[in-house]
Ligand binder design. Structure first.
Ligand SMILES: Cc1cc2nc3c(=O)[nH]c(=O)nc-3n(C[C@H](O)[C@H](O)[C@H](O)COP(=O)(O)O)c2cc1C
Length: 189
């Protein structure tokens, strides 16, 4: 059964990102998969410490925090979803800190082999009415997917500033459900 993991970068419970994530998981389950969401802000994940220039000799000086157990949950999933509201033209720091920590394991087979082939997708809320505003987060995430040779399933973005506004946007919730189904179908192909 394909498994999805959604890393939610927003610390706001009941926020737009969580609503998109719940709809995505409905789609995953309708298509025969399963999944979970993780609020990265609930975890103790330190921003990356100093790393050496020899990639194979890097040490993760914060290896005793929640990063590695969370990475193991990510690697066990078939589908990795970034629940990333736009924060100041980028991903929330909570999520970016998690991603930066990958660099401690840059050439480690744990990361390289574990990410290869995983299906990447994104769920994005932002306040600005510009329909291209999601690119502040979807562009880098697509680059990361290509780096890991991970297929890109796509994204759902929605213009929503206030907490929970997405609940009144059935088209966005439907798109998130459809993306969940698509990810499961890609994982089964
Ligand atoms: C720290 C912070 C920075 C933000 N920066 C932007 C931004 O650069 N562009 C934008 O359109 N919205 C911005 N927003 C608005 C959020 O993207 C928007 O409220 C979104 O719905 C939040 O998702 P959530 O409900 O899951 O927390 C920002 C919000 C916060 C709290």
């Amino acid at each position: 059964m394909p498994a999805a993991i959604i890393l939610i970068g927003s610390p706001r419970k009941g926020g737009n990102t969580e609503l998109l994530a719940d709809a995505f998981l409905e789609g995953v389950r309708e298509a025969g998969g399963d999944g979970e969401k993780i609020f990265v802000d609930d975890l103790n994940i330190h921003p990356i410490g100093p790393v050496g220039d020899v990639l194979s000799e890097r040490v993760d000086v914060h290896a005793d925090d929640d990063f590695l157990p969370t990475l193991e949950r990510v690697l066990a999933a078939d589908i990795l979803v970034f629940g990333a509201p736009v924060y100041w033209q980028g991903l929330p720091a909570q999520l970016k800190a998690f991603v930066d920590r990958w660099s401690c394991y840059y050439v480690n087979p744990l990361l390289v082999d574990g990410m290869k082939g995983k299906i990447f997708a994104a769920l994005v809320a932002h306040g600005a009415p510009d329909p291209h505003h999601h690119k502040w987060v979807t562009d880098p995430i697509q680059v990361w997917a290509a780096h890991f040779e991970a297929p890109w399933a796509g994204h759902v973005s929605v213009v929503a500033q206030k907490q929970g506004l997405v609940a009144s946007k059935p088209e966005a919730l439907a798109a998130a459900r459809e993306l969940g189904k698509k990810c499961v179908e890609m994982a089964q192909a």
